[in-house]
Write a protein that binds this ligand. Sequence first.
Ligand SMILES: *Cc1c(COP(=O)(O)O)cnc(C)c1O
Length: 382
Amino acid sequence: MPRPITATISVDALTHNLEVVRKHVQQAAITASAAQGRPLAAPSIWAVIKANAYGHGIEQAVRGFWQAQGLAMLDLNEAVRCREAGWGGPIMLLEGFFEPADVEVLERYHLTTSVHHADQLAILAENRGSRRLDVFMKLNSGMNRLGFAPDAYRAAYQQALRLRDDGILNNVGKMTHFANADGPQGIAAQMEVFNRITEGLPGPVSVSNSAATLRYPDISLARDDHGAWVRPGVCLYGGSPFADADAASFGLRPAMTLASRLIAVQQVKAGDAIGYGSLFNADRPLRVGVVACGYADGYPRHAGTGTPVTVAGVRTRLLGRVSMDMLAVDLTPVPMAGVGAPVVLWGEGGPTVDEVAQAAETIGYELMCALAPRVPVHGRDV
Ligand SMILES: *Cc1c(COP(=O)(O)O)cnc(C)c1O
C-alpha cells in the first residue's frame, strides 16, 4: 500500500468558484449600468492556471474552467498541454515569450502573448510567420516587475499598432498588474498611471488579479467598444487573496484537499517532548497522533504547535516540529481516533489552506503551488 497521503482536486469546486467570480462581476455591471444610465458589460475572465494551475493540475483546471472565456499562464508547455486537453479558446501568456523560436509556437497553438519589453516587440517585427498574433502590451504602472515604463509605453503601443497594420499582429490590448490590490494602499495610484498613459489608445483592457476583481469589480467593466478581461487566479482555487477576509465569505469553496491518516499513536507523560528539537513539551499526559505528512509533501515546516488540523472530522492542533515525512497532532479532542483515522491537513472537512499558511507566516498560494510531486493527485468531479 502506498503512503496514505493524497491531494484531491474537486473539479466541481473549480467550476463553482469561476461561477462565483462571474456573478460578482456581472452584479457589478448591473449596478453600475443602473447608476450611470448606460450599459456597461461585465469583463471576460482569463482563469489563471500558471504553476500547474496553482498545484491543482492543468488537466483538472481545463475541465473546471471550461466555461471561462480564456486561460492564462506562463509556460509554453502548459499552454500546449491545454490545447492537447482540448481547449480551443484563448490562451494568454502572462510573461510573454522568451526567444525568437517561441514565436512559431505562439502561431502554431494560437496563443495570445503579453509584450512587456522592447526586445519582444523587435522579435515580433522580424516575424514573417503565417498567423497574425494577438498581444497585450504591458505597462509598468508602479509594481516595477514587468512592463514598459510609462514614458516608453505609448511609443511601443503605436509600434504594435503599426505591426497590426502591416499584417503581423491581430488584436492589440493594454494590461498592467497591481502590487497592492489586497492591502490598504489599494490600486488608486497605479490606476491613475494606467488611465493617464493608455488614454485614447484603442483595444481591450486587462488589469485585475483576484484581489482587484473581488474588491474593485467596477474598474474592469467594459466601456465603449473596448473589451475588458480580468485575471483571477487564487480565488478560483478557493484561496483568499486577503489577509483579513476568508474565501468562504465570498462563497468560494476549496478545490484542493490534502488528506492523510494516522500511522501511529503515542501516549506521552507530563514532561515528555515530541519531535525534532523537542520543541513541544507536554504539561500533562497526552495521546499524540503521528500523521503521514511532512515538509517533503509540501506541508510547511514553519507551521508550529497550534496549527489547525482535522482528525476524524474533529479540529485539533499540530504539536512540535514538522518532520520531512511526518507530523504530530494532539488527540485530546478525539480520544477514539487510532491508527488509520483520517486526517485533513487543509481543504474540505479541514482547516483552510490560508489558515495553515498564516500559521507558517506565508500565504495559501505558496502552499498550493508547493504541493510536492510525490503526493498523488486525484481529480474528482464533485
Ligand atoms: C498570478 C497573476 C495573476 C493572478 O493573481 P491572483 O492573485 O492569483 O489572482 C494575474 N495576473 C498576473 C500578471 C499574474 O502574474
